[in-house]
Design a protein around this ligand. Sequence first.
Ligand SMILES: N[C@@H](CCC(=O)N[C@@H](CS)C(=O)NCC(=O)O)C(=O)O
Length: 224
Amino acid sequence: MPAFTLYGALGSTNTDRIRLTLAEGGFTDYELVHVNLQKGEQKSEGNKKRHPWGKVPAITFSDEFTLYESRPICKYLAKKYSFPLLPPDSDVKATALFDQAQSVEMLYFAEPAGRIEFEKFVKRFMGLPPNDAVITDALRSVEMFFDVAGRLLQQKDYMSGNDFTLVDIYYIPLIQRLFECGYGEIITSREAVSAWWDRCVNRPAIQRMLAADKVAMTAAGRQD
Ligand SMILES: N[C@@H](CCC(=O)N[C@@H](CS)C(=O)NCC(=O)O)C(=O)O
């Protein structure tokens, strides 16, 4: 019996944040159950027992312990299975810097990048046209975000310091989506940001997962 079940969806950036964490930790003893977002399965009573807001991802253990929200799930799994992706609790300053970097990613980056993903990617599956004004505004915010992040990355290798941590993983799915939507230049045109991105995606476990997902997404697209 697998250690736990991850309820997620194909192409869900929030699910992929957790899968990348598990891949980087070398952990495979889990079951991935796909919730079909296009069919609205996330709003079923069964899924709402796991995620009261009717979303994915969520994880459940055989003792019924359940968690939703991708970042707390990543953090819990990294602690439970001792993935070397967090500063030690005893290092109070490094932990505070990690928390700071986590807040920055979620509030200053993921918010506008998520709007771009919704307009350019999710709406396509809903058969709705993108709102160009929303995209323009969100792109400006993401550009400004990386102007600042780029300056900081001239002084350190990763988002929360000189070690690769969960925070770097948190960025990967939405940056991948920016590339897929044709906005990769936001990353590649900024030297320090581009070097950081290369350091992240060239990690063997991450490279393997992204390559396998590309094949799976292409195959899923062909079945549509
Ligand atoms: N803050 C949540 C976001 C969860 C979320 O928005 N999930 C999307 C999929 S990536 C979803 O379930 N969308 C379907 C819906 O909202 O009905 C997290 O980090 O897990």
